[in-house]
Design a protein around this ligand. Sequence first.
Ligand code: SF4
Length: 418
Amino acid sequence: MNAKLIEESISSDSDVPLGVPGYNVMPGLTKNSMPKYRHPEFSTISQQTRTFIGKYFPNTSDEQWNSWRWQIKNSYTSFSQLNQVIDFKRMIDDESIAVNEKLPLRITPYYASLIDGAGADNPIVKGVVPSIKELQLSPGEASDPLNEGDFAPVPNIVHRYPDRVLFLATGFCSTYCRYCTRSHMVAKDKMHYGKAAWQAGLEYIRSNPAVRDVLISGGDPLTMPEAHLEYLLDNLRSIPHVEIIRIGTKVPVVLPQRITNSFVNMLRRYHPLFMSIHFMHPLELTPEVHEACTKLANAGIPLGSQTVLLKGINDSVPVMTALMQGLLRNRVRPYYIYQCDPIPGSGHFRTPVEKGLEIIKGMRGFTSGYAIPHFVIDAPGGGGKIPLLPEYYAGRDGDNIVLHNYEGKEFYYPDTVK
Ligand code: SF4
């Protein structure tokens, strides 16, 4: 399904089947058989965003702005569109202006409001605005660096670990991150899958009793029409051995208006349900994001964060500490910091691995333990997540083990029990 169809399928009330005509149609489920959309059920508009609306969308009502459908329909998908509201020439080099139309681009108006008037050094600009640097390939880069294709027993399922699977439910995102691990399947601005495309995956999970944990990801599953997501949740919840369901998403950050009251009321029917939210920088922690996270947490959904370590964006102890502490204030438990995966053209985002260790060391002991995520490398080739820890264990001295605390001071622990 191309982007226009996706926008129309979620924004119009026409009596069309949901999904991609011809192969993912949900029989009997049409726009007109669903409850009519009446109210966005989302209320926050921060001052910064209100200023942006006044400048670029003066005829847009609060209700329209707070509609996630409106946000997707009015997203910036080309350089020329974004250039109308943001001074690109101040942001990026001339060369990238020449190529950017070839690079996929999608930014919601809400997320764009966070970079109004920003320059090239703004972390959110770096994260979502195309750059000429993406065309520079470095050694070791690959379009599917985690070899997910080799761990796919059926389409849309990745089964890498014994007791859990990844369900790639859609190829569409509301905003494209320039460093996306799955850029080989997203950022093409074309795919919502659907019922027919999911059947093999559902059957695979039904027939594998070892699968007790399903992570729904993509693309971003929260960009799907509510009925699509509920269909998937309902089918997964009906499988007795599926104990927990997780959703991986960036929507609460780039499209918080999606987190409506009715949406979280639907989600709460499928507990135990967990959510991993992709955050990048403390600038993302707006009043809108606070409303979205509060609603999800109030619905009993444990929230965890995932953050990719990115050069020039969040690769410092103060920035990462501010992000992790801010996440806790928003009731999100810091979960993972990922070393940036070597996708093609990602060299300008990647940091030395030591940087991640330095950041963990700079946080542990200096702030709440709850604020400390795991630093992991998703091993190229499909080895799975491998945690990396700073060295606090300094060896043995007779009956004692030697430990270094967060300040670098040395301590002995009597390790005499055999
Ligand atoms: S939201 Fe996730 S899947 Fe979508 S572009 Fe960003 S990193 Fe990729």
